[in-house]
Structures are given as structure tokens and as C-alpha cells.
Design a protein around this ligand. Structure first.
Ligand code: GDP
Length: 331
């Protein structure tokens, strides 16, 4: 990107024409922490924004081994056969630690990665989950402007990252496996509450009956949940990502969801609410960052902390002193 770079207008033009090389480069700018890259990324995003918003955004989560990559490969091939264009993005909260991205890795989606009509992008790495999530949220805008009509946002089932994904998708899929009768163990209630569809993978061979039983467990459990705001009753299905069984049914479900929530107005209401959420989320994140990066705050921090720990002042007085130093430095 650095050496022979193009103006933002050129990026916008090429992205709107569906140029994947420029799309990938623009995502790199979005992910960069360099100030000039960020400025250009924001220009590109602004130019693409009027052409975004038309895709179906689907969040996909499941613990490692649930079959996310196998399933996304199969789902993607199904969609492409139907004439769709699919972008696969990922939010991997551990990517900063592991350095190599686990999610959204091309080598994990063998067939899909060879398709012209698929764009696969691994998780950005950033010092915070909020940072990774924001970059993915921005990348969605670029992909939509480039003509991708379906966007998958993949994450690993560990908790916090689901909330971030949920805040940027229209439909949330939870991949589960049949277990030993205690399927519901270990799944955080909050994640189940977010799911619009729970799909039990590996329903093939000897595993079909077990998967059906698991599905029944989930249906029973869901009945105890309060009705959702969208009015949609989350569905439970079995399928096999490996054998390609039950995949059409999953996408029929997503189509039905889209139709009914578009008609009821929930679909657009939810999108607008998400926009608002992202605005305040970004404000919060920026305020926090500028506070802790502030020289005056840094200078005072240690001594104030000491006073709090020694019980000389209350935590609230301590917070007040740091904030005061911060506000003064802004004048
Ligand atoms: P991920 O960690 O969630 O991305 O899971 P993978 O897609 O890598 O799958 C984990 C393992 O489960 C691999 O060995 C897959 O071959 C296997 N697997 C995935 N989907 C299916 C399926 O539908 N049926 C069966 N029998 N195995 C599957």
C-alpha cells in the first residue's frame, strides 16, 4: 500500500466496480494504525457509505471444532451456486495473542477460497476487542459497496466477541454439536438469547439421531426464554456441513427471517439502532483512549493510585483528580 498509492477517489471507483484487489487494499488501510492510512480509510469509507447497506449480514459462532470453517465453506458454495456474492469476515479476540489469525482463514475454506465470487478476510488484530470489531464493522461497508450481497461475520464462541458480532449483523447463527445429553452445559445463556437460529452440525452417519435429540433439547430450552423483540421465534435445525445436508433449509430460514422482519419494520429499526450503538461505542472508546494517553493523567496516575490504596482518599476523589487533570489539559 505504501509505495505507489492511489488517491481515495480511485479506491472508491475501483471498489464500486467490484475490484477485489482494491477492496483488499482498502481493508488494509482500515486496519492500519498509521494516521495517514486512517485518514484515507475514512475518506474511502465515506465515499462507499451511500452504496452500502444492501447485504444480508449473518453472524456465525460456535466453539472450536463445532465445524465453523467446514460449514462456512459449504454455506458459501450453496450461496454462490444461487448467484450470490459472499464476503467472509472474522472477529477473533485472541488474534493479538496468537498473532496468526485462527478465524476467517482462507486455508480453512478450501472450495470457497478458490471462488471469484467470495471474498475471505481474516480477523484484524488490534489491542482491543472493540478495535477489532470496529474494523470489521467498517470492512462490511467496503464489501457491500463492492457488491457482496451476503456478509458472514465469524467468531469463536467465547462470550464477549459474540456481543460485538451481534451488534453488526441482521441474523445470528449459533453452531452446536450433539453431546452426551447435557448439550446445554457450557453455553452461556446470553449467547443462546442472541441466536436467531441454532443449528446442530454433524448430523450425518451414526450421529443423526443424537443430533435430532439435541435439537429437541434446544427447542425445549428456548421455550423458557422470553419472546424476542423482533417477534421472531428462534429456530433449531440439524445439518451436516461436511455432507452438505440441510443447508438449503438454513438459508430458507434466513430468507424468511429477512422477509418477515422487513415487513414488520424490525429489520430497519435494528440497523438504525446498531448505527447509533456504534457511534456511542466509538465515542466511548476514543474518550477512554485519549484519557489514558494523556500526559497530565499519566503523570498524576501513580501518586493518586497510591493515595487511594493507602486509604488517604476515596476512589471517587481519586477519579475526580485524574479527570480534573484531564479536563484542564484540554483547555
Ligand atoms: P471449526 O474449528 O469450528 O472451524 O471446525 P472445523 O470446520 O475445522 O471442523 C472441525 C472438525 O469437524 C473437522 O475435523 C471437520 O472435518 C469435522 N466436521 C465439520 N463438519 C462436519 C460434519 O458436518 N460432519 C462430520 N462428521 N464432521 C464434520
Amino acid at each position: 500500500v505504501q509505495r505507489e498509492d492511489y488517491p481515495a477517489e480511485r479506491y472508491i471507483e475501483e471498489i464500486l466496480a467490484g475490484n477485489r484487489t482494491f477492496l483488499a487494499r482498502a481493508v488494509t488501510l482500515v486496519e492500519s494504525t498509521r494516521h495517514d492510512h486512517q485518514l484515507k480509510a475514512q475518506q474511502i469509507l465515506e465515499g462507499c457509505l451511500p452504496y452500502s447497506g444492501q447485504s444480508m449480514r449473518v453472524g456465525i459462532t460456535g466453539v472450536p471444532g463445532a465445524g465453523k470453517s467446514t460449514s462456512i465453506d459449504a454455506f458459501g458454495m450453496h450461496l454462490i451456486k444461487q448467484g450470490h456474492k459472499l464476503a467472509v469476515l472474522a472477529i477473533d479476540p485472541s488474534s493479538e495473542i496468537s498473532k496468526g489469525s485462527i478465524l476467517g482463514d482462507k486455508t480453512r475454506m478450501e472450495r470457497l477460497s478458490r471462488e471469484e465470487r467470495a471474498f475471505i478476510r481474516p480477523s484484524a488484530s488490534s489491542s482491543s476487542l472493540g478495535g477489532v470489531a470496529r474494523k470489521t464493522r467498517e470492512t462490511i461497508i467496503l464489501c457491500e459497496a463492492a457488491g457482496f450481497d451476503t456478509v458472514f461475520v465469524e467468531t469463536v464462541g467465547v462470550g464477549q466477541s459474540e456481543t460485538a458480532v451481534h451488534s453488526m449483523v441482521d441474523f445470528f447463527l449459533l453452531i452446536q454439536l450433539a453431546g452426551t445429553g447435557d448439550e446445554l452445559q457450557g453455553i452461556k445463556r446470553g449467547i443462546m438469547e442472541m441466536a436467531d437460529g441454532i443449528i446442530i452440525n454433524k448430523a450425518d452417519g451414526d450421529n443423526v439421531d443424537k443430533a435430532r435429540l439435541a435439537a429437541q433439547h434446544f427447542r425445549n430450552a428456548l421455550q423458557l426464554f422470553p419472546t424476542t423483540e423482533s417477534g421472531w421465534e428462534p429456530k433449531v435445525m440439524t445439518y451436516s456441513g461436511l455432507k452438505g445436508i440441510g443447508i438449503k433449509e438454513i438459508f430458507d430460514m434466513i430468507d424468511t427471517y429477512r422477509q418477515t422482519t422487513k415487513e414488520s419494520g424490525y429489520f430497519d429499526y435494528n440497523r438504525r439502532r446498531q448505527e447509533k450503538w456504534w457511534m456511542y461505542e466509538t465515542v466511548n472508546e476514543e474518550l477512554r483512549r485519549s484519557f489514558y494517553d494523556n500526559e497530565q493523567v499519566k503523570q498524576l496516575q501513580e501518586s493518586v493510585e497510591h493515595e487511594v490504596l493507602e486509604n488517604h482518599i476515596t476512589p471517587f476523589v481519586g477519579a475526580g483528580r485524574l479527570l480534573e487533570a484531564f479536563y484542564k489539559s484540554l483547555k
